[in-house]
Design a protein around this ligand. Structure first.
Ligand SMILES: [Zn+2]
Ligand SMILES: [Zn+2]
Length: 475
């Protein structure tokens, strides 16, 4: 079996990249842009390239720019490679051809790309690979390929710029499942996406279990479940279908939630259970292979880890939580919160202060320190108040958000952070514009670097690394 390769650019990043590409053109010239990508081995036969940064040169970076070719200044070119390829990233080179039909690589493309892949494959210690893409002038249709390091052969690469990397081209069910007859209004393509979507659920407790039941009923059949805990008597007030018997038999929460999914789908579902914390390597690896990460735990450390994984692997993250406290006059205040940070950065759970890093640090400490901290009042107990109906509001809304993400009726490009407050019964929506930041340690992407001008890099000296065409590249 051949390995499948895919370049997966999140929609918000693709939109910005495309805009810069179109703006860097004055008339109808060809334009070039670059992605620098991390390689993600999703499974034995699947490799996914995810962009860590992108660069679109402005007009002044070109020595020559016309409808029939491009020449970048050497200074610009070496700046690019020195800064990114030494870091071990792979290079994606995208250029356009005139016209609006499906483009094809030209003879000149073949020749230069072959030389170029040899050049980068032999001049940088981590031997980066070259993926090249050609688009029509509107950046609508494209072809992608990846070269071997000798520049002799190339393989096809799929390009995906949607939130979820699920192809709807094949296997559209001709005879739709009667189970989803009442959801037909949302379209069969969306139902099909839901049935292929692989969801990683971290936390299978009071919120996670309701969430799984609801999203399972909506049509999601592929799950990775992570939770180290076992069912306890005190959980029975809020876990659908959980029984006294399960508690007595010492069920892990992951097995109980698997049981819920299997009740919905006697056949055709895949549920992987990992009864550990998300900090274990196996759990991390499995979560990275999921199309969507959902975190519904009661601690800050696992949320931090989930956010880091989502950023590293460019996966959408949905974060759920509830909180109940009692005011001095003895009336309770109750909250549900659903947070979806923008994919790939902009703001995150950490810089958005949605989790508390001090608490996460305490939670990662050995239990002796942890007990001490709890004694000193730094940690809330695990006996936090919690009720089924409030958890249901949270889980329901999150499933609605995901339904909207899949169907496209909800835009999460700049992220969302919704808080429901009861008994006031009000939804408050954080204005995520205020959360945007460039210099977060966790999610900062330094977007000012993306559009590069020649004058930005008075590079003092560089070594000529022996690219045959010594002064510039032409495409
Ligand atoms: Zn070309
Ligand atoms: Zn951040």
């Amino acid at each position: 079996m051949n390995t499948k390769f895919c370049l997966h650019v999140p929609p918000n990043m693709w939109r910005e990249f495309k805009k810069s590409m179109l703006e860097s053109r004055m008339f109808n010239e060809e334009v070039i842009g670059f992605f620098f990508c991390q390689r993600h081995q999703v499974s034995k036969r699947k490799v996914r390239y995810i962009p860590k940064t992108w660069v679109v040169p402005t007009a002044e970076c070109y020595e020559h720019q016309s409808t029939d070719g491009l020449i970048l200044t050497q200074r610009f070119h070496s700046y690019l490679l020195e800064n990114h390829l030494f870091a071990g990233l792979d290079l994606v080179h995208i250029h356009t051809h005139a016209g609006r039909s499906i483009p094809d690589f030209s003879y000149i493309d073949d020749r230069y790309e072959s030389e170029y892949s040899r050049f980068i494959g032999s001049n940088f210690p981590k031997k980066p690979r070259l993926i090249s893409g050609v688009f029509d002038e509107d950046l609508q249709s494209c072809k992608f390929r990846m070269w071997d390091r000798k520049g002799r052969e190339f393989e096809r690469v799929e390009f995906c710029n949607s939130l979820f990397e699920i192809s709807n081209s094949q296997n559209l069910i001709n005879n739709p499942d009667l189970m989803f007859a009442r959801q037909k209004i949302f379209g069969e393509v969306n139902q099909n996406t839901l049935s292929k979507l692989k969801v990683g659920l971290i936390g299978c407790g009071g919120i996670g279990s309701i969430f799984a039941e609801l999203l399972g009923r909506l049509g999601v059949k592929n799950w990775v479940l992570i939770d180290p805990d076992k069912l306890e008597q005190v959980n029975l007030n809020r876990m659908p279908g959980a029984t006294q018997e399960m508690v007595e038999q010492n069920w892990h929460k992951v097995h109980y939630v698997k049981h819920l999914i299997k009740k919905v789908y006697a056949q055709g579902s895949h549920v992987k259970t990992i009864p550990t914390t998300i900090e274990s390597d196996l759990a991390k690896q499995e979560i990275a292979s999921c199309d969507l990460i959902v975190v519904a735990t009661d601690n800050h450390l696992s949320r931090k880890t989930a956010q880091e994984l989502a950023l590293q692997y460019m996966r959408p993250l949905v974060c759920l939580g509830t909180h109940i406290d009692v005011k001095p006059d003895n009336t309770p205040r109750m909250y549900s919160r659903i947070t979806v940070p923008p994919i790939g950065g902009g703001w995150c759970l950490m810089c958005g202060n949605i989790i508390n890093l001090q608490r996460a640090a305490l939670e990662s400490a050995p239990s002796a320190i942890n007990n001490m901290a709890a004694g000193a009042g730094y940690l809330e107990g695990i006996n936090d108040p919690s009720v089924f109906w409030l958890n249901s509001i949270c889980a329901s809304t999150a499933v609605g958000v995901i339904h909207g993400m899949v169907s496209g009726f909800l835009n999460v490009d700049s992220g969302i952070d919704w808080i429901y407050e009861f008994p006031g019964s009000e939804w408050r929506k954080t204005d995520t514009e205020y959360l945007q930041t460039d210099d977060c340690y966790f999610c900062g992407i330094n977007s000012s670097e993306n559009v590069v001008q020649n004058s930005d890099f008075e590079s003092p000296e560089f070594e000529n690394r022996g690219f045959d065409n010594s002064d510039f590249i032409i495409w």
